[in-house]
Write a protein that binds this ligand. Structure first.
Ligand SMILES: C[S@@+](CC[C@H](N)C(=O)[O-])C[C@H]1O[C@@H](n2cnc3c(N)ncnc32)[C@H](O)[C@@H]1O
Length: 215
C-alpha cells in the first residue's frame, strides 16, 4: 500500500480517530481493552512486560489497570509517546542478548504476572517476508517469556495466520492451562491475517523449547 493510501485509510479509521480523541497513543489500546473486558487478563498490583510497546497504547491501558502498586516494563526500539510513574521504558531490540537481564532488573528481580507482545516488523509488502519476520518476533516473545513470566502467569502475543504459527500454538497449548486465539475488533484483517494468542496460567518454564520440538 502506498504512503498516501495508508494515511487516508488511517484518517478514515474510527479506532484511530477514537484513540486521538481519548488521548491514547495508538489504536492498539482498544485491542487490550477488548481482551481485558472479555478475559480479565490484568489485575491491580500486577507487573506487566510489554514487548514492542511503542507508541504506547497498550502500555497506557496496562498502567491504568495495574495502578500505583503495579508496574509496566515497556520495551521497544522506538520511544513511547507518554510517561506515567508506574511505567519503565527500555529502549532495546528484542533480539539483543541483554534483553532478558534488563527486563528482570526493571522488574526488581521478580518475574512478571503478564507478558504482552504486540511487536511487529516494518512491512515490506511481500507476504512471505512479512510472515517470516512476524513469526520470528512471536517466537522471540515466547522465548523471552520463558525467562521473565512467572509460573501461573498469562500472555497475549501478536502473530500472523500461517503454517508456522500452528507449531507455536501446539507448544502454548501444552505450556499454559488455557489457550485461545483472539481477534480484537481493531485488528486490521483486511491487510493481514493478524491475530493474538491468549495464554493463561503458565505451567511449563521452557515453552520455547517445545516450539523447537514442534518444528
Ligand atoms: C504495532 S506496533 C506496537 C503498538 C503498541 N502495542 C501500542 O500499543 O502502541 C509494533 C512495534 O513493534 C516494535 N518492534 C518491532 N521489532 C522490534 C524489535 N526487534 N525490538 C523491539 N521492538 C520491535 C516496533 O518498533 C513497533 O513499535
Amino acid at each position: 500500500m502506498g504512503r498516501g493510501r495508508w494515511h487516508a485509510e488511517r484518517r478514515a479509521d474510527p479506532w484511530y480517530r477514537m484513540a486521538k480523541d481519548e488521548g491514547y497513543p495508538s489504536r492498539a489500546a482498544y485491542k487490550l481493552i477488548h481482551v481485558q473486558k472479555k478475559y480479565d487478563l490484568i489485575h491491580r498490583g500486577d507487573t506487566v512486560v510489554d514487548l514492542g510497546a511503542a507508541p504506547g497504547g497498550m502500555s497506557m491501558v496496562a498502567a491504568r489497570l495495574v495502578g500505583s502498586d503495579g508496574r509496566v516494563v515497556s520495551v521497544d526500539t522506538e520511544p513511547l509517546t507518554f510517561s506515567m510513574s508506574n511505567v519503565v521504558y527500555l529502549e532495546l531490540d528484542l533480539f539483543s542478548s541483554s534483553v532478558v537481564d534488563l527486563i528482570l532488573e526493571a522488574l526488581g528481580g521478580r518475574k512478571c504476572d503478564v507478558l504482552i507482545s504486540d511487536a511487529s516488523p516494518k512491512f515490506s509488502g511481500v507476504k512471505e517476508i512479512d510472515m517470516a519476520n512476524q513469526i520470528r518476533l512471536t517466537r522471540r516473545a515466547v522465548e523471552i517469556g520463558d525467562s521473565v513470566l512467572m509460573d501461573g502467569g498469562s500472555a497475549l502475543l501478536k502473530a500472523f495466520e500461517c503454517e508456522e504459527v500452528k507449531c507455536v500454538e501446539t507448544a502454548l497449548k501444552r505450556g499454559f492451562r488455557f489457550y485461545r486465539r483472539v481477534i480484537p475488533p481493531p485488528t486490521l484483517r483486511r491487510h493481514s491475517s493478524e491475530l493474538y494468542l491468549l495464554c493463561v496460567g503458565k505451567r511449563v518454564s521452557e515453552v520455547s523449547l517445545m516450539v523447537e520440538e514442534n518444528g
